[in-house]
Ligand binder design. Sequence first.
Ligand code: SF4
Ligand code: SF4
Length: 374
Amino acid sequence: MSKVYFASARVKKWKYNESMPGKLERLLEKINLSQYFEADEWVAIKTHFGSEGAHRIVRPVFLRKVTDALKAMQAKPFVTDTVRIKGLDYLEVANQNGINHLSVGAPVVIADGLYGNDNIMVKAGDILGEIAVASLIYDVPAMIVCSHVKGHINAGYAGAIKNLAMGGVSGSHRHCGWKCGRGSMHVIGEGNFIWDEKRCALCYQCEEVCPLDCIKFDNEKFTYEDERCWRCGRCTRVCPEGALVMTEANDEMFMKSLAEAAKTVINTFKPNKILYINFLTEIQPECDCMPAADVPIMQDIGILISDDIVSVEQASIDLLLKTKPLASSLAEDEGIKEGDDIILKLHGKNYFIQIEESEKLGMGSRKYELIDIL
Ligand code: SF4
Ligand code: SF4
């Protein structure tokens, strides 16, 4: 049974050790980094830089604690993510959200190059075939996956599996485009849009939310660039009128493909070279790639660390399930009550599929021992 170490977000004594940064330091000591990493070894800290407007990410202070702990054992950490917008702009987003060399104490670099096409096709599995893994993640020998737990358009729940799958893979490949990148997970094929002109209120939120500027309204008619659109589903998610629907979107296949892609990324590492830290903080309804972050739907819970991706995800979900919805949040707007599965009610997705599939693929175990460091 895998061990998952947990530190609660609650502070009950007014000492540094009781603070979240202090507790993260204690978690890193507890897991014993020297079991996984070596002096002079390059270690990627994979996180999500957020978006301009989506500020609820893993806070730089926590990334700093991770890099400090690695540097204390003479390892060579750097903080990284794959691009969702142009690379230079994405580094600026990171900077704006507080992630830069000075704040996190290590270089901040793009894993798949400034153009997002520095990647390597790696054999995946039955669903994806091959997929474009970011070359830096492919090459680096060790990694700590720092994931901000929150909701997600297609997966319902987003934690370490989503961070590694969507974030370890490029948006597109130099030759085969988005269909070899993370877009292939979104629709497993070529989903198309149905736009209902009668329902459309011409609010243009779909146009604004598109990270690739694929959508245009010419003479008040919806159009999109089929070849460039990677089917992320953001535009359909934000449409307040239900006027925009994507055909062939298949949540079950999406979640299974997430598990497959995460496994593909993990397989580029030797055993025992990846740790997972899940931050159950500022748990908002949507992914950090959206252009805004809503208020949290539940209170901060804490931080979890493990070397088993399935265990850390299962433990995170078990904690989410015990948490009450917050007042004045989308959870309250949706009439979600104490005892409800908040994520399920908000997104209507059976998000467990990604965890079950990951276990089936041999990535880890849903049985775990939770060790509260108190
Ligand atoms: S799915 Fe929508 S938001 Fe995403 S890239 Fe395509 S047009 Fe843009
Ligand atoms: S978000 Fe929906 S209602 Fe608004 S412009 Fe787009 S399709 Fe129309």
